[in-house]
Design a protein. Structure first.
Length: 248
């Protein structure tokens, strides 16, 4: 058996997320269909991150096992990209050791969230940036972000899926950067080893609440201590979020 790793980029606007879905299109289903057409065998795909509906990726990592190693990985990449819809692309293909697993072996992930805080959002941004037209105190946001860096109980930053919970809400955020971009836009870059369900989007919503004066930076410490999601800010919408990279 051969263990093949793919690095994937996609525009998630038209999909219900990475994971295969019975109710609509998914990144996983589109990629598997293209791969199976070329390799002529059933495949099971694993991804480093099960991105939600509407979330994008610049560096999603996927693997699959196949009966025989492809003789030309560049040709495999080319063929798969010819069959994929134009909003999904395989950037790299490589052979990995048999034991490689894109989720279990990951040592970190970085997500990027884009916000337009100007009065008018350019139409080209509508699928890739959250329009949040408020005057933002970036110093307060950065002070609040520093409180989130480290190992904490992030229960207050987790949206519980129906019938699915976590035994442990402790996670480690290694870095949060808030960068100003041209055109009244911001980029919030969040890095950590792993994240709870919608944790990054809840961090973004909280920081924007702090920046707009709806919360104080000190309130973030209270959220970490109390773990009450009802006291948190809104969840930032999916379309502003991109999985930037996965570390190994």
């Amino acid at each position: 058996m051969a263990n093949v790793r793919l690095i994937l980029a996609y525009d998630g606007s038209a999909y219900l997320g990475w994971q295969d879905s019975q109710t609509g299109p998914s990144i996983e289903a589109a990629l598997r269909l293209a791969l199976e057409q070329i390799l002529q065998q059933p495949l099971q795909l694993q991804a480093a991150s099960r991105t939600d509906a509407g979330v994008h990726a610049d560096g999603q990592v996927v693997n699959f096992l196949c009966e025989k190693a492809p003789t030309d990985l560049d040709r495999l990449r080319y063929g798969v990209n010819c069959l994929l819809p134009p909003d999904i692309r395989v950037l790299e293909a490589s052979l990995m050791p048999d034991a490689f697993h894109p989720t279990l072996d990951a040592t970190g992930k970085t997500y990027r969230y884009t916000v337009c805080w100007g009065a008018v959002q350019h139409p080209k941004q509508r699928c890739y940036a959250w329009h949040f037209p408020r005057n933002l105190d970036l110093d307060s946001m950065r002070a609040a972000a520093k409180l989130l860096v480290g190992t904490h109980n992030f229960r207050a930053f987790c949206n519980q899926k129906k019938n699915e919970g976590y035994d442990d809400h402790t996670r480690t955020v290694t870095d949060i950067q808030i960068r100003e971009l041209p055109g009244d836009s911001l980029e919030l870059v969040v890095s950590g080893k792993s994240f709870l369900y919608k944790m990054v989007r809840n961090i973004v919503g909280t920081l924007l609440y702090v920046g707009s004066g709806k919360m104080l930076a000190e309130d973030v410490q209270t959220l970490l201590q109390d773990g009450a999601r009802t006291e948190g800010a809104i969840t930032a919408p999916a379309h502003g979020l991109t999985l930037s990279s996965v570390l190994y």
